[in-house]
Design a protein around this ligand. Structure first.
Ligand code: AMP
Ligand code: ZN
Length: 462
């Protein structure tokens, strides 16, 4: 039985899908105007773990993730320039080209992190769903839930009784998460744009005709329209980062439920933020790290994935370089243990997998699940059974362990000689020399790890 924390009810709930073993999962995708930060990527890793957990529990998952290539404004509210168009102007490029370029970079990061992202029709682009978005706005208009002001068509949040139920905010409250709010024509601060008009004095690269004039859809409309078309309404699980709760998801719920008189999704599951050195991560703080920055410092992208797994998705994760180093060392040890196991085919007896499944089923308790992995590796269970269990567990962890089982890397003779010399230095209590030799071994791409019984292991750090 899978339990998930449902933001909508602020409780831990047993997960019950709408259609038997089939699950509809919608995760808000990136706005493709800049490279994803490791903060953004934490959210995608969490969603990937959720999806893999569902699959491991025997569900068939239809996962939809949108690509926001239009309509997300700089202020995150309804004011300011379109992020994609602004970046295009800055780089002297075409908006479509910018969107494509950053989507490719995003995919590259996901592949490096073993995130199994949707492709094809389950990866809709906002610009390819204009018709459906217009239909949704028309439906709301027919129901008398919209109004027109000088820059667009807006949703009147006072006309949807459930407004604020996800975040607990009241109508009229200033929405948290909205950085700039310049629009004084809006009737209530929580009202939001459904369709924005192209500004009269400039020509947008991305704009379409609509019953209300030339323009483009508001950011929130795309997810509602695409989820409805691809998953149907209601669907099972909707995910995103916690910053989406107060505005983006609240607005998605308002327009979808008001339009079709049924819930949008049954479970709302949100990933907490990544902090850097205890504070906010951001461009202005100079710490909006990318996966490429980690790789440039010699880290394996999977060490970052492993780092994410160590903190529960509903807790803030404080990123530090030392923390990442610790995660990389632990991952190396895990990989080393996996390599020493024999390759095996067949089905495991399931005893360890049962413990592992119990842990992940408790609202994705990955640190508990990882503790089961270590406990199993240390146990007296026969090696073949360990291999088979680890292969199963890795389907959830996504650490590429299954591929390296039984593939011992022979340490080169030169490295072994250095390690033996270090062993002698340690015996003679020549600690400085021993440390220097450890560094020399590390510089050649190997890690030496001392065991309690006085022996040592060598692991490749690549
Ligand atoms: P965006 O491209 O801005 O829509 O963000 C993509 C995803 O990253 C969203 O689900 C956000 O909630 C999430 N996100 C943004 N910043 C962070 C952060 N510091 N830590 C974790 N997730 C984040
Ligand atoms: Zn969304």
């Amino acid at each position: 039985m899978l339990k998930l924390w449902n933001t909508l009810h602020r409780t831990l709930e047993e997960f019950k899908p709408i259609k038997g073993k089939n699950v509809g999962l919608y995760t808000c995708g990136p706005t493709v105007y800049n490279p994803a930060t490791i903060g953004n990527l934490r959210t995608y890793v969490f969603e990937d773990i959720l999806k893999r957990t569902l699959i491991s529990l025997g569900y068939k998952v239809q996962h939809v993730m949108n690509i926001t290539d239009v309509g997300h404004l700089v202020g995150d509210g309804d004011a300011g320039e379109d992020k994609v168009e602004k970046e295009a102007a800055k780089q002297g490029k075409d908006a479509w080209e910018i969107a494509k370029m950053y989507e490719r970079l995003f995919d590259k990061d996901l592949v490096r992190l073993n995130v199994d992202a949707p492709t094809g029709k389950d990866r809709p682009h906002a610009t390819a769903f204009i018709k459906q978005q217009i239909t949704l706005v028309e439906t709301l208009e027919d129901k008398g839930l919209t109004y027109r002001i000088s820059d667009g068509i807006y949703f009147d949040t006072t006309k949807f009784a459930g407004y604020g139920k996800l975040s607990g905010q009241r109508i009229g409250d200033k929405q948290s998460g909205v950085r700039i709010e310049l629009n004084r024509e809006k009737k209530h601060p929580t009202d939001f744009a459904l369709w924005k008009f192209s500004p009269g004095d400039s020509i947008r690269q991305m704009e379409w005709n609509s019953p209300w004039g030339r323009g483009f859809p508001g950011w929130h409309v795309e997810c509602s329209a695409m989820a409805q078309e691809l998953l149907g309404q209601p669907f099972d699980i909707h995910c995103g980062g916690v910053d989406h709760i107060a505005v983006h998801h609240e607005n998605e719920i308002a327009q979808s439920e008001a339009a079709y008189d049924k819930p949008l999704a049954n479970y709302w599951v949100h990933g907490e933020f990544l902090l850097v050195d205890g504070g906010r991560m951001g461009k202005s703080e100079g710490n909006a790290y990318l996966l490429d920055d980690l790789i440039a410092k010699g880290f394996d992208p999977l060490a970052y994935r492993f780092y994410c797994l160590g903190t529960h998705y509903r807790s803030k994760l404080n990123f530090t370089w030392e923390g990442l180093e610790g995660a990389q060392n632990a991952l190396r040890k895990l990989q080393n243990d996996a390599r020493k196991l024999p390759s095996a085919k067949g089905k495991s007896k399931g005893e360890w997998m049962e413990k592992f499944t119990n842990a992940i089923s408790e609202d994705l308790n990955l640190s508990e699940a990882l503790a089961v992995v270590w406990e199993m590796l240390k146990s007296k269970t026969e090696d073949k059974e360990k291999s088979l269990s680890l292969i199963e567990m890795d389907k959830v962890l996504g650490l590429s362990l299954a591929e390296i089982i039984g593939k011992t890397i022979q340490s080169p003779k030169g490295i072994i000689a250095l390690a033996e010399e270090r062993q002698l230095a340690r015996k003679n209590k020549e600690w400085k020399k021993s440390d220097e030799l450890r560094d020399a071994i590390k510089a050649k791409g190997w890690l030496v790890e001392d065991n309690k019984d006085g022996s040592y292991d060598l692991q490749s750090s690549n």
